[in-house]
Design a protein around this ligand. Structure first.
Ligand SMILES: Cc1cc2nc3c(=O)[nH]c(=O)nc-3n(C[C@H](O)[C@H](O)[C@H](O)COP(=O)(O)OP(=O)(O)OC[C@H]3O[C@@H](n4cnc5c(N)ncnc54)[C@H](O)[C@@H]3O)c2cc1C
Length: 420
């Protein structure tokens, strides 16, 4: 099967790159083995909230000036970063994914533990605030679904009360949800969202919560609404006279899964081919380091060929990188991987210390061309969390790197075509 571009991995980076290419008429195929980091995400996109030395960053574009030259943002360059940062909200809105937040200034989001964490942009289910505190006079009703354990209202209340707010917690028992409760492992966010997608269950919930309201200025629900569509979110918001917010739950992430689905749907609606549940397990390269084809588990002998290939397979979590006791490898192409040789330096037994393994990734040139045996591969670029040179967890830069590198590589491929 022949395409202009084959993208390996259909998480945030692969989808953003595919959509950008498909929009300009490139025939793209995304092969994706399974769930992506979006399925487990907070629903907020981070771009840069801390420098490697720990200095906090309020203005991401300003902070980027202080990053090392091998950081993906430094490879993209300040001018392009400015352009891409400004384009992000519009790009996602076109895909049916409304984002809130000021792209030029980090805001704060409420975490599942009740702390306010820095965030760049957020899915519009959630609220972002300019300072890490709420109005001290606020009276907030925190509503849980009875029996749901991946959302802890007491943590949220403790966090909000630090700013002086007064919180009250209730757990609503819903008949339909009680059936799920017969098996505790069924009380997961996605299963709850499926039940709450039913109109009559939401009506029961709204009616129960309305009866409980005692003049509170806001209601907070766990983010377990609208697996398929965010119209459910607006419907819940419109059901009350008071402000309604949603707070992140422990994974799985309902808003993250909805985002993944919407991006995929948009990619397919503009003509892209998305092969879900298949794994690229081999590649054929010529002597001059050009990818000739890739093969997948499901297609067997049938090969996928393209002018360009993009590696968007994620990090260890998604098996884009694999670790054995001796070494770290990239499994599809056998690319060079940048990591420290001594295994003792891969991780720190202090869970909260900087974990070096998070900044390991495939070797690339400044144009994100992947490198194998010390030589760049002419038509293979790498994007997203398979890249090294940055520590997404320590810097708060995961989604930002996925989106920015996807934009950049799409542009490189488009520019290449224009020069041909
Ligand atoms: C659990 C978790 C939660 C996170 N939450 C946040 C957050 O809330 N905010 C934030 O800013 N950042 C977060 N991050 C950082 C995250 O890495 C980025 O935000 C971003 O989503 C990564 O996207 P990606 O496309 O590079 O990789 P991934 O999302 O990991 O996607 C890679 C995809 O490639 C597929 N794949 C792998 N190998 C193959 C193969 N051989 N063939 C075909 N397909 C393959 C995988 O199945 C997967 O679907 C989180 C990371 C993790 C691991």
């Amino acid at each position: 099967m022949r395409f202009d571009t084959v993208i390996i991995g259909g998480g945030l980076s692969g989808l953003v790159c595919g959509i950008k290419l498909q929009k300009v008429g490139k025939k793209c195929c995304i092969v994706s083995a399974g769930q992506s980091a979006l399925h487990f995400s907070s629903g907020a996109f981070d771009i840069l909230d801390r420098l490697p030395d720990g200095t906090s960053v309020r203005h991401p574009l300003e902070g980027m000036r202080h990053l090392p030259s091998t950081h993906p943002y430094s490879r993209i360059g300040q001018d392009r970063m400015k352009e891409y940062v400004s384009a992000t909200t519009g790009f996602f809105a076109d895909c049916g994914v409304p984002l809130c937040g000021n792209p030029l200034v980090n805001s704060y989001r409420l975490s599942p533990t009740g702390d306010f964490c820095p965030a760049w942009l957020s899915l519009s289910d959630f609220f972002l605030i300019d300072e890490p505190a709420v109005d001290p006079g606020a009276r907030i009703l925190i509503v849980n679904i009875f029996g749901y354990l991946d959302f802890n209202p007491a943590f949220i209340a403790a966090g909000l009360e630090k700013s002086g707010a007064t919180c009250r917690i209730i757990a609503v028992k819903l008949d339909e949800m009680e059936r799920l409760r017969s098996n505790p492992s069924e009380m997961r966010a996605t299963n709850i969202a499926k039940v709450l997608d039913k109109d009559y269950v939401r009506s029961e919930l709204v009616s129960a919560v309305s009866k409980e309201l005692k003049g509170e200025s806001a209601i907070i629900f766990p983010a377990v609404f609208g697996l398929e569509s965010d119209s459910v979110i607006s419907e819940i918001r419109n059901s009350f006279d008071t402000k309604v917010h949603f707070a992140t739950t422990m994974p799985p992430s309902v808003p993250g899964i909805r985002t993944q689905r919407k991006l995929r749907k948009h990619f397919e609606s503009i003509g892209g081919t998305y092969l879900l549940g298949d794994t690229v397990d081999r590649a054929e390269l010529s002597d001059d380091n050009t990818v000739l084809s890739v093969g997948t588990v499901n297609f067997g002998d049938l090969k996928l060929t393209a002018d360009d290939y993009v590696l968007a397979t994620g990090s260890f979590f998604s098996k884009g990188l694999c670790a054995s006791p001796e070494k770290i490898t990239e499994p599809v192409f056998g690319l060079d991987v940048d990591y420290v040789a001594d295994r003792k330096n891969w991780y720190d037994t202090d869970l909260f210390a900087t974990q070096n393994y998070i900044s390991f990734g495939v070797s690339v040139t400044d144009d994100f061309q992947a490198v194998k045996d010390g030589r760049p591969i002419r038509n293979l670029h790498a994007i997203g969390s398979v890249l090294g040179g940055y520590n997404a967890l320590q810097e708060g830069s995961g989604a930002g790197t996925a989106i920015m590198t996807a934009f950049r590589v799409a542009d490189i491929i488009i520019e290449k075509e224009e020069k041909r």
